[in-house]
Design a protein around this ligand. Structure first.
Ligand code: FAD
Length: 305
């Protein structure tokens, strides 16, 4: 068996694998897509000590760093189950049927954007339906867009986009905006931002090639409205990639893995790090730190066994 088996190859998983391997213990890393969300990121300006880098470049550096050590890297492999054996090992079952056993496991499966689940969304992904204002905002220069969601990320996106695009409509499902007051005030002060509450998005409209509008229902009057626009930024939250852990570990009601200060989960010998956990902030530098914490936590666990 492995001493430490890391599930996930984003910044948290890469960091955990390096920290574990540096202890000279048998380390493996299983990743569906090495690099994780960083692979989808364009400019990165807040990875401290590196003034500017780009997602694919950082992913290449992560992989290069992992390969400096004796780490068994298993790419394009998806974990589908986790369980304890009678011997006290933890088994990770992969989608291809293989089962990997390890004395300790670090879960670093990250998160993904929550989708609206309305007709047209899948069809027009990357054809007007976007999830990252920092990445795709400039594509809509001088055009009209909508932001779905009035939480911090939605309002931040609206403020950010207002400086680039012609007009931003924010559609919020409830009757209140969950974003911080300072952000709401800022957004409301902008001439080209319009915020509509009690609005339920019902359809993404397209011409076969690209998005041309959005349909929403006014939840107060039940009337349906159409806004003509070129882009839709969906900002309704991050979903942790923890479905396969349901009923196995303690998760928050949002599905985030609950960890303690050592990165330990509710299952002995199983640690977690990064965006899949209940850490309040989801960032590259934070994921890397928590990956290091989880690896040191796992090492502490192993030497006490
Ligand atoms: P992820 O990066 O999500 O990696 C998860 C890993 O687990 C992947 O390898 C994935 O394939 C794998 N995985 C998932 N499920 C399974 C499974 N069942 N079995 C096996 N493997 C699995 N942060 C910043 O600090 N600065 C930025 O500028 C920035 N910009 C961003 C831009 C975009 C578009 C996005 C999407 C995010 C951005 N972030 C940024 C956030 C940052 O990317 C994340 O906080 C960080 O990547 C989280 O790292 P992670 O390792 O926890 O998870």
């Amino acid at each position: 068996p492995f001493d430490v088996l890391v599930v996930g190859g984003g910044p948290a998983g890469a960091s955990a694998a390096i920290y574990a391997a540096r202890k000279g213990i048998r380390t493996g890393i299983v990743a569906e897509r090495f690099g994780g969300q960083v692979s989808d990121t364009v400019g990165i300006e807040n990875f401290i000590s590196v003034k500017y880098t780009e997602g694919p470049k950082l992913v290449a550096h992560l992989e290069e760093h992992v390969k400096e050590y004796d780490v068994d890297v298993m790419k394009a492999q998806k974990a589908v189950a986790l369980r304890k054996t009678d011997a006290g090992l933890t088994e990770v079952e992969l989608a291809n049927g293989a089962v990997l056993a390890s004395k300790s496991v670090i879960l670093a499966t990250g998160a993904r954007w929550r989708e609206m689940n309305v007709p047209g969304e899948q069809e027009y992904k990357a054809k007007g339906v976007c999830f990252c204002p920092h990445c795709d905002g400039p594509l809509f220069k001088g055009k009209k867009v909508a932001v779905i969601g009035g939480g911090n990320s939605g309002i931040e996106a609206a403020i950010d986009l207002a400086g680039i695009v012609e007009h931003v409509t924010v559609l919020e499902f409830s009757d209140t905006l969950r974003a911080d007051v300072v952000l709401v005030k800022k957004a409301e002060s902008l001439q080209n931002v319009n915020i509509i509450k009690m609005a339920m998005t019902t359809e993404v409209l397209g011409d076969g090639e690209r998005v041309v509008g959005i349909k929403y229902k006014d939840r107060r009057t039940d009337e349906t409205h159409v806004i003509e626009l070129a882009g839709i930024f969906v900002q309704i939250g991050l979903v942790p990639n923890s479905e396969f852990l349901r009923d196995t570990l303690a998760l928050t009601d949002r599905g985030e893995i609950v960890i303690d200060a050592h990165g330990a989960t509710s299952m002995p010998g199983v640690f977690a790090a990064g965006d899949v956990t209940n850490t309040p902030y989801k960032q590259i530098i934070i994921s890397m730190g928590s990956g290091a914490t989880a690896a040191l936590g796992a090492f502490d666990y192993l030497i006490r066994r």
